[in-house]
Ligand binder design. Structure first.
Ligand code: CMP
Length: 142
């Protein structure tokens, strides 16, 4: 298995509940290195750009409103097989369907307010990392 990087966004609901530290600790316990970390309050423009792939979905407006309502914490994670491993630790999109012990089961409320985002492929991980972190902060990986 190759060493990979993936992008984690700790969403406004989890940051508001002061769970960012607990989520980062869980990720470290699961073998992830936190390569870069940023707290920011996303603008509408930045959130719409990040979720552009979902633009035609009926929940797009709700998603952007939620993601811009208060600050998020954005992390670049690295470990072996990081994309798949993080998706496992994160749990299903709907916290009600997520496995016990996953971040979304522990901290998510519903399919919209589900505590964290994670990249769904290695290609998207590279694009999502570059969207938030310049090469001077995280040098692009191979
Ligand atoms: P995320 O991994 O951030 O990527 C897209 C997000 O859209 C997803 O997590 C969900 O939080 C959100 N989403 C998916 N389906 C719905 C829905 N039916 N209503 C509101 N938000 C949704």
């Amino acid at each position: 298995m190759a060493i990979e990087r993936t992008l984690c966004i700790i969403k406004p609901d989890a940051v508001e509940k002061r769970k960012a530290g607990a989520i980062l600790a869980l990720l470290e316990e699961n073998g992830f290195q936190v390569l870069a970390l940023q707290r920011s309050h996303l603008t509408k423009h930045v959130a719409e750009g990040f979720y552009a792939v979902h633009k035609a979905r009926p929940f797009f407006g709700e998603l952007v409103t939620f993601m811009t309502r208060s600050p998020v914490v954005i992390a670049v994670l690295e470990r072996e097989d990081a994309v798949a491993k993080y998706r496992g630790v994160m749990g299903a999109t709907d916290p009600a369907k997520a496995d016990a012990g996953t971040i979304r089961k522990l901290h998510g409320a519903n399919v919209g307010e589900n505590a964290v985002h994670g990249s769904d492929s290695l290609e998207n991980a590279k694009n999502e990392i570059a969207y938030f972190f310049p090469a001077s902060v995280v040098a692009p990986s191979a």
